[in-house]
Design a protein around this ligand. Sequence first.
Ligand code: SF4
Length: 477
Amino acid sequence: MSRLSKKDSPVKRFNWIDDLWDLRSINPNFDRRDSRYTVNFDNIAPGWFKNEAKKYIHHLCKSENSFSTIINKLNNLRPFSQYLVKNNISTFDEINRSLVINYLSQEQRIDKDKLCALREFFTLGNIGNWFNVEPDIIRNDDYPKRHRGNPDPISNTVREQIEQNLHRLPDPIARMWLIGYFSAMRPSELALLKQDCLVQEGQNWKLVWHRKKTNDYHEIPITITIAKVVQEQQEYIRNLWGNEWDYLFCHYYNLSDIDPSQSNLKPIKKILPGQVRHPLSTSICTLIKAIDIRDENGQLAKFTPKLLRSTRLTELFDQGHDLSVVSAWAGHKHFVTTSTYYTEVSCDLMQREAGHIHQALVNSDGNRISYESFPKSFWDNSVAHKLEVGATHINTPIYGYCGLPLDQDCYKFRACYTCRSFVATIEKLPQYINTRNELRAKSVKAMSAGQEVLVEQFGRQADQLDKIIAGLQQEVA
Ligand code: SF4
């Protein structure tokens, strides 16, 4: 049987008492990129522990964790189970914090993954009433400290040389680079990108895709050139297999390590693999060797598909987009994720930038608001959201932004300072103070003229401006 077709092998029927489980029988919606699909409880002992380990693995599988994650988690429980046997531990009642500490102290190196799996197992066991152990049997302090460095993006010199030579690669591989790079997708997202990812809205195009890591849909605006690249790839796949293949990309046989043109490439209906023999990785590395692409230090360049994302996000920042735009492009929920892991700009600068953004914006109640809570168009085209209405003898001047999505109608126009969608900005603080003072003066005048409606109207706006001013002043204090 072919190595590549083993996922199509018959699914072994699920039986709890077996020691060899075919995970496909528990989760038929498994990730097609998983190349392994069985777990073996053979050397998990003692029996009472094995039974609970089975519950844990069954739960992970039902929760649609990837098979590789599940297999790794079981492997990470194995040394602890052997420790139990060696120390004649016979029930869960004997598993306590001091036993865990003894177990950790006899390990040559505390492996974070082992500890995570064990902690998760204990936590789920307690929650599911499978057994009872001390809730803090493993604590945060037990984990080895690990410093995660920023991924080194591909340098501009290297990237430019690769891009100038993309024509030497087969077209679908070059398209993989172009789409992956432009979108800053994770390699797993690129692999599972569906053919219907391209959406046209009037003159504009966007790419929409599902993200497994965050289990949501993400979209980014794309240029007409990238839209054309996507269309060419759609056509290529349709010509190969009609409607039989849902994905935009596929895997290949006969990848060469010496010929960048990959002249013997044979497409196969298989999801792009995780790392080993990834067609983009193999092709770009072959190109690097063939035309001797070197970095600034004279070293032969290195490439993995993972680098496309960090390189693209760093480039967006270098191009002058602010952190909020880069963060939105990446689909990060927090700026700090973008700043810590995906851009090579100094973290201090990022923190200051993020701080500045957070400080600068408050709502009509004077409370700080984050960029993330705004519609996407706010980042792409903040001018469209800008409010700059000068004063007339009737109107109150309005300065700031409207946070309402552009496709929604405003029913309160000119009452922005009392509107929940209003966004006040720090640069306009002097104008807010002037406006508030003028409103108070108008209110006094209206009162002496007996114009009660106007008194209330001016007063309400002035009260909101008090809150906005106080909020902004607090932010800059
Ligand atoms: S009243 Fe509210 S919704 Fe209307 S423009 Fe002003 S801030 Fe936007």
